[in-house]
Design a protein around this ligand. Structure first.
Ligand code: IMP
Ligand code: MG
Length: 186
């Protein structure tokens, strides 16, 4: 594992994103929609840097990755979402990889009557996009590597790391049982 971003780097990035949001929304009420589970650490840090009225709602998206590092079928669960009619919505996700998750959720939020929908991601991977839309706000552009920490996982592990680290190809090729041993459940 190689450290890509330290806790200090991440805090600087979150500060910068929060400044952009405060500037653009200028005290208007904002409904944040966070995407479980990967964005949970980030969204918790981000909302504490915002002023003005903020609501927070969470939805769940998963692409059944497991130990695969490319996405499978996208499963969206929006049952915790209230009526968004007329609200300014900011979708917050951890990472924009192929972009398929963000594209699907933005479309769904628009269908639900939000007055405006913008999107924000902490990370965008270089050279991976498969969709035409881009996030409105990006914290960091990162190389095309699989990353963990600060909420992001590999097969459920390492979300708790305070930094972000990339896994290299040999680590990803290691038999699952050995590589994930340190975070095995009893
Ligand atoms: P996309 O739909 O391909 O853009 O994938 C976005 C989702 O895949 C993110 O919300 C993450 O949950 C997950 N993901 C993509 N790349 C990584 C990574 O490098 N580490 C951990 N999760 C990732
Ligand atoms: Mg995710």
């Amino acid at each position: 594992m190689q450290i890509l971003l330290s806790p200090e780097d991440l805090a600087d990035g979150v500060d910068r994103l929060a400044r952009e949001i405060r500037r653009d929304y200028d005290g208007r009420p904002l409904s944040i929609v966070g995407v479980l589970t990967g964005s949970i650490v980030f969204v918790a840090d981000l909302i504490r840097r915002l002023d003005g009225p903020v609501r927070l709602h969470m939805i769940q998206a998963s692409s059944y990755r497991g130990t695969a590092t490319s996405p499978g079928r996208l499963d969206l669960r929006l049952d915790l979402l209230p009526d968004l009619d007329g609200q300014d919505v900011l979708l917050v996700d951890d990472i924009f990889d192929t972009g398929r998750t963000l594209e699907a959720i933005v479309a769904e939020l628009r269908r639900r009557g939000a007055a405006s929908v913008k999107s924000l991601v902490l990370f965008r991977k270089q050279g991976r996009a498969e969709v035409a839309i881009e996030p409105d706000y990006v914290g960091f552009d990162i190389p095309d590597a699989f990353v963990v920490g600060y909420g992001l996982d590999y097969d459920g592990c390492w979300r708790q790391l305070p930094h972000v680290a990339s896994l290299d190809a040999s680590e990803l090729a290691t038999p699952r049982a050995d590589f994930l041993q340190p975070c095995r459940l009893p």
